[in-house]
Every structure is written in structure tokens, then in C-alpha cells.
Ligand binder design. Structure first.
Ligand SMILES: [Zn+2]
Length: 498
């Protein structure tokens, strides 16, 4: 056998930036080597498959909640983007514009590469929604979108010019139903992100100055990275009537009167979530995948050193593979590599469960089950090895992954500016402070690259976003702004972000 050196990670996770760059390339998540393509990446099979699995999880939840899928154009006339003023101004610095068409001739109306779907989807909404019977109108679209990012802000998967996401949009009969839709979006997000991908997050109502351009209000999900920063991996907006009026998204009510729809939009940052999976769960040896999205859930490694053992071991290994065929399972029987090399290889790629079978195990009628997460080893009698047991192991793995990730999510409180800086610089992800909401204080934080993430939502069984805001204001009464020392208006959380 050839003892080849594995293409392992050469830095420790504590050097996060360098570790992350190696992880995404060596684990086959994205490939950024194409010339003059900063921010636009190719996804090799391993990364693309995980990406699809994440999409499947969200799509299933959306379909279960009566969303239908649609397709709309990737590029659309710039005039559409300009229909909603705030939206146009907000996105202006981030849009790629196509100015030339056939034969290199200037286009009559330049087109934009969609930064988000509102402006191209809502004209269709106006065609497709007619009466109150068409409501609620709930759709989603799985697709790449484009934003022109500052070159120095680009970071594989977490901040890129082309990114993959799912946009779910709805048109509702009134504002109450739009608010309820936002709550449903949060349910979907929690179910996939926390329960299946084991990623912790905090949910915020973004401050007025940082809400989605054209929204009534924006709720956003922030997850922690190992270097102390956070990343926004999803948002859900109540758009009110901001878009339905300019785009004529309207219906006739029971009395045949024209009314405008209340709208919501919900973005799930699929490529960001892939980056977050790698960053949050990975270790010095590679990535660790939650079983739900691992392209390969189980790898069987047959172990034999003598020719006389080979046949016996392979026979049992094949039987085990057949028994567990409902899972994404493979056997690595390559002759040119040692078992040790194979362990490293599949550990690097994050396969959640490994089954080792050697001559001694066959004598004892057992297999060895090894968790990628913590290398925990278990000896399982062959007759006890079945799909029910594996399902249980997968659940345990996902729960343990969540506990571990949640423990690494650092939060604290601060009373003054020095404390904020000290805590953020020490790697605390999110710091809770009383805040006055003034521009000066926002700017003073910004000078230290710290951003206000907003008011925490639904931490105390509140019934609505409005109630959360009121509670935050109540809690701030009599407290001093942690930045300027004047009277505080709300309690907010601050952080550094990608
Ligand atoms: Zn202040």
C-alpha cells in the first residue's frame, strides 16, 4: 500500500481566517481559483451537493406551508428597480448593470443582475393575483443573486458577489396576516437551521437605519463565527404596502373594490449557511457535517492487512452496506490507500459516521462505529446494526453538534463604551447594551467596526414584534446609553459582522 500524505489542513482553527480559506478549498466546498472572478465561485460536487441538501430542507418546509415554486428572470430592466424609491436608493451601490446587447450595441434600457427579487417578481404578482380568492399568495424561488461587494469585504461563501439563496415572497389580505407570515418564516428558519443544521442564531429586529430598503420592518438571524464576528444568514421582512402600490399588486375584495396587498419577503442565505456550517462545526482536521446534509452520511472502511482476511472482511462490509442502503452510504475499498489515510480523508470531508470492520470484529460479530464529531467509538453487535439505530445515532450527533456550537456562542452585557470594546475585542460575539439610538452613537460604534444588530425578538414569549420593541423600551427606562451616557431609549445588541 502507498502511504500518501493526505491533503490535510495545515493550520489550526484558532487562526480562523487562514484555516477557513484552506477548509473551503480542501474540503471541496468552493473553488475560487478562476482568474478575474473575485466573489464569483465554482462549487465542486461535494460543496454543490451540500448546498442542494440545504435547499431541499428549506424547500420541503416551504412546500409544507403551502408555498409554490416559481421562476423569474435573472436580469431585468433598471426601470423596475427604480419603481420603489427607497429600494432603488438602498441597492444602487450594489447592483451590476448590463449595458450592452447583441452586436455590442447599447441597450435601450440597461438591465440589472438581480440583487434581490422584489422588483422583478412583483410585476408578475400583479398579473397573477386578481381577487381575494387568490390570497394568501405564497411563492418561493431558489436561485443565485448578485451584489457588487467591496473587493476587500469579499470572503468565500460568507460575503460574495454571486450568492445562492431561496427567496420566499407572499401577498396577504391585511397587515395582521403579513405579521403572522413573518412568524411562520421564523418557524421555518428555526426548524431547519437549529434542529437540522445545528447552527445557533439570535433573532433581531434591525434598527430603522439598517432595515431592508423598502420594508416596514426587518427581522434578521445572526450566527456566530469562531473569530468573534457574526454573520447574517437570513432575513424576513414585512414590506407593508411599500411595493404593492408602485407595482400594483392588488386584488378585488368581496364588494368588488380594489385593495392593495400587504407583502412579506423571506431570504434564506444558502451559500452563507454552507460557509457557516464549515466555520462553526469544523475543527483542526476538517469540516463536520450534520447528517441531514452530508453528501455521504456513512463511510465503511474495511480493514485488513493480510490477503487471507480480505475476502471475509469485504463480504461483511458489503452486507452492512446493503443493510443500511436507505442512507447515503459508501464503502472505501480502494487498495492503494491505508485505512489511516482513508480515516483522514473522510474526516476532512466531514462524513458524520464511520463504520470500521476488521478481522477481529468479524470474530466477535461486531462493527466499530466512530463519530466524526468527537471520534467517540462504539462496538455494535452485527445483529443490532439496523437503520433504526443509525437514525438514533444521527439524532444524537445533531443534538451534540448544536450543544457544542451553542457553547461557543458568546454573549455578554456592557454598561459603557470601554466595556463594549473590551468584550468585543475579547471575542464576545454579541454584547447587550442600553442605547440612545442617536446617529452620533451609531457612528462612534462604526468607527470601531461595531454595528447595532437590533432589538432581540421573542426572547420572553412575546406575541408580536411590536410587543418585543415595547419590552425593550421598558427595560431601557432609567438606564444610560452605554456609548454616550445620555438617557437610553432601547436595549440593543451590538457586534462585529462579516
Ligand atoms: Zn448614546
Amino acid at each position: 500500500m502507498v502511504e500518501e500524505k493526505t491533503q490535510g489542513i495545515t493550520v489550526k482553527k484558532k487562526d480562523f481566517s487562514e484555516w477557513y480559506e484552506q477548509i473551503v478549498l480542501k474540503c471541496g466546498l468552493v473553488d475560487k481559483r478562476l482568474e478575474h472572478s473575485r466573489g464569483f465561485y465554482g462549487y465542486p460536487p461535494w460543496g454543490a451537493t451540500i448546498l442542494r441538501q440545504i435547499e431541499f430542507l428549506f424547500e420541503k418546509e416551504l412546500l409544507d406551508k403551502n408555498h409554490n415554486s416559481i421562476r423569474t428572470p435573472t436580469a431585468f430592466p433598471i426601470t423596475l428597480l427604480e419603481k420603489e424609491k427607497e429600494h432603488a436608493t438602498g441597492f444602487a451601490p450594489e447592483v451590476f448593470v448590463i449595458t450592452k446587447g447583441h452586436g455590442g450595441k447599447d441597450l435601450e434600457v440597461p438591465k440589472v443582475l438581480r440583487p434581490t427579487g422584489e422588483a422583478v417578481m412583483y410585476p408578475y404578482f400583479s398579473y397573477w393575483i386578481q381577487t381575494y380568492k387568490d390570497l394568501p399568495f405564497k411563492i418561493f424561488e431558489t436561485r443565485p443573486s448578485f451584489r457588487a461587494e467591496r473587493t476587500n469585504a469579499i470572503f468565500p461563501l460568507l460575503r460574495t458577489c454571486e450568492f445562492y439563496w431561496i427567496e420566499a415572497h407572499t401577498a396577504q389580505i391585511d397587515n395582521k396576516h403579513a405579521d403572522l407570515q413573518v412568524r411562520e418564516d421564523m418557524e421555518i428558519f428555526t426548524k431547519v437551521i437549529k434542529e437540522k443544521l445545528a447552527i445557533p442564531f439570535m433573532l433581531f429586529k434591525r434598527p430603522e437605519w439598517d432595515k431592508f430598503a423598502g420594508a416596514d420592518y426587518t427581522c434578521a438571524y445572526d450566527s456566530p463565527l469562531p473569530d468573534g464576528k457574526v454573520s447574517q444568514i437570513g432575513t424576513t421582512h414585512n414590506l407593508g404596502l411599500h411595493f404593492s402600490k408602485p407595482f400594483d399588486v392588488a386584488y378585488t375584495d368581496k364588494n368588488n373594490k380594489k385593495r392593495y396587498c400587504y407583502q412579506t419577503s423571506f431570504g434564506m442565505g444558502i451559500s452563507k449557511i454552507l460557509g457557516m456550517l464549515a466555520a462553526i462545526h469544523g475543527d483542526d482536521n476538517g469540516i463536520i457535517l450534520p447528517p441531514k446534509v452530508a453528501p455521504l452520511q456513512i463511510i465503511i472502511i474495511p480493514i485488513y492487512y493480510k490477503e487471507k482476511d480480505k475476502e471475509k472482511v469485504l463480504k461483511v462490509a458489503k452486507k452492512v452496506k446493503a443493510k443500511l442502503k436507505q442512507f447515503r452510504i459508501e464503502m472505501d475499498s480502494r487498495e492503494d490507500y491505508t485505512p489511516g489515510w482513508k480515516f483522514n480523508e473522510w474526516d476532512l470531508k466531514g462524513v458524520p459516521l464511520r463504520i470500521e470492520i476488521g478481522p477481529k470484529d468479524i470474530e466477535k460479530n461486531q462493527v466499530v462505529l466512530v463519530r466524526r464529531l468527537d471520534r467517540n467509538k462504539e462496538f455494535i453487535p452485527l445483529d443490532k446494526l439496523n437503520s433504526k439505530l443509525i437514525e438514533k445515532k444521527f439524532e444524537e450527533i445533531t443534538e451534540l453538534m448544536f450543544v457544542k456550537a451553542e457553547e461557543s456562542f458568546k454573549r455578554a452585557k456592557a454598561k459603557n463604551f470601554d466595556e463594549i470594546l473590551k468584550k468585543i475585542n475579547a471575542g464576545i460575539h454579541l454584547v447587550e447594551i442600553p442605547f440612545c439610538n442617536s446617529q452620533e452613537c451609531v457612528d462612534k460604534l462604526k468607527e470601531q467596526t461595531i454595528k447595532v444588530r437590533g432589538i432581540q425578538l421573542f426572547a420572553n414569549n412575546e406575541k408580536s414584534v411590536e410587543e418585543c420593541v415595547k419590552n425593550s423600551e421598558k427595560k431601557a427606562k432609567g438606564k444610560k446609553c452605554a456609548v454616550c451616557g445620555k438617557q437610553a431609549k432601547v436595549i440593543v445588541w451590538v457586534a462585529r459582522q462579516y
